[in-house]
Design a protein around this ligand. Structure first.
Ligand code: SAM
Length: 329
């Protein structure tokens, strides 16, 4: 699948549920309204859509949410999609998770061919963790990480850089990830969805974070890529890989290879734009995948050039009204 700007679309992220067992302050409002179950694609329907994408050339599938591991019977979807790994059609099946349920599922995920997981973790301080996630318990996440290690899954920690929240902890995160053998990526907070707080109060550009890190660590740029938007360096002192995802200060749209499916079957061709394609209707219209595949090709044909997020004092509205939990990360 080639979009109008000549970019090959080889990566699909699938939000399998909009529900989450955390309420991270930069991601969701405290009183979120979730989708009615009837609007949500069944696991069989999710499999059909993912498989249609794989037939059209998608090589990497990432399950996300909400929290993917709180969707009932989610392992059935991993299990069925693993057939595409076995056939060689798919190169990677993975997920982004808050790790709260990894203790239960890490081994089964590994058994389904998952090799690495992205774990979202912004702090190592239990009180701060509870304040950020509103509902989360750091102990449970640490148990999940231990289970991932035990199952042989490679872990990448994703931390959102939050001014006044974890800006005093970045050295500790770098050192801890180095000790544990985890890759670490910092992410700039994006203006997605009403959260009842001013984004400008949370936003900490990664150029500033990197300058702060460079006072303590030797950061050597490397060419390593995972198919996602992070740019990596090696931390000389720990030997660990450190990534930066900078949707605000440096957008990476020129090399975008991704599209995102919500749990209701809406396909977003860009995280930061509102245009979307409904895949649920063509999916449910026929048992034959022809209408679905045609809808996918039409959608790819209007993938936009990129996003233009802005966070400043004058702009009160988010760039897009949907929360990150709708399209996932
Ligand atoms: N529940 C899973 C998790 O915690 O990783 C997957 C979904 S979560 C929405 C995916 C990622 O989006 C997390 O790393 C989270 O920190 C990040 N995220 C949420 N809202 C964000 C925002 N406004 N800006 C930047 N990253 C955000």
């Amino acid at each position: 699948m080639i979009d109008p700007f000549g970019r090959a679309v080889t990566y699909l992220r699938v939000s399998v549920t909009d529900r989450c067992d955390f309420r991270c302050v930069y991601c969701m409002a405290e009183d979120m309204t979730f989708l009615p179950k009837k609007d949500i694609l069944t696991l069989e329907e999710l499999d059909r859509v993912c498989s249609a994408f794989v037939r059209q050339g998608v090589k990497k599938l990432r399950m996300t949410g909400g929290e993917p591991l709180v969707r009932r019977d989610i392992m059935k979807l991993f299990r069925s999609l693993s057939r595409h790994l076995e056939s060689g059609a798919l190169e990677e099946l993975t997920l982004t998770t808050n790790a709260s349920q990894l203790g239960r599922f890490a081994h089964e995920l590994a058994d389904c061919g998952v090799k690495r997981v992205n774990v979202s973790l912004d702090t190592l301080d239990p009180d701060k963790f509870q304040a950020i996630t509103r509902w989360g318990k750091l102990d449970k996440v640490m148990d999940g990480l231990a289970a991932a290690k035990d199952a042989g899954l490679a872990v990448k920690i994703n931390a959102v850089a939050l001014k006044g929240v974890n800006d005093d902890e970045v050295d500790r995160l770098v050192a801890w990830c180095g000790d544990e053998g985890y890759d670490l990526t910092f992410i700039e907070v994006m203006p997605m969805g009403e959260i009842g707080e001013q984004r400008i109060d949370q936003y900490w550009p990664l150029s500033m974070l990197r300058a702060q890190l460079a006072e303590k660590w030797t950061l050597e740029d490397i060419d390593y890529r995972t198919g996602g938007p992070a740019r990596y360096c090696r931390v000389k002192e720990t030997g660990g890989r450190l990534g930066f995802i900078t949707p605000m200060t440096h957008n990476f749209c020129e090399s975008c290879n991704r599209v995102r499916l919500t749990c209701t079957g809406t396909l977003y061709m860009c995280l930061g734009q509102d245009d979307a394609a409904d895949l649920r209707e063509p999916l449910r219209m026929s048992e034959n995948d022809g209408p679905l595949e045609q809808a996918i090709m039409e959608a790819i044909g209007r993938k936009p050039k990129g996003h233009d997020f802005i966070i400043d004092r004058r702009r009160k509205q988010p760039a897009v009204s949907r929360h990150m939990s709708v399209t996932g990360g």
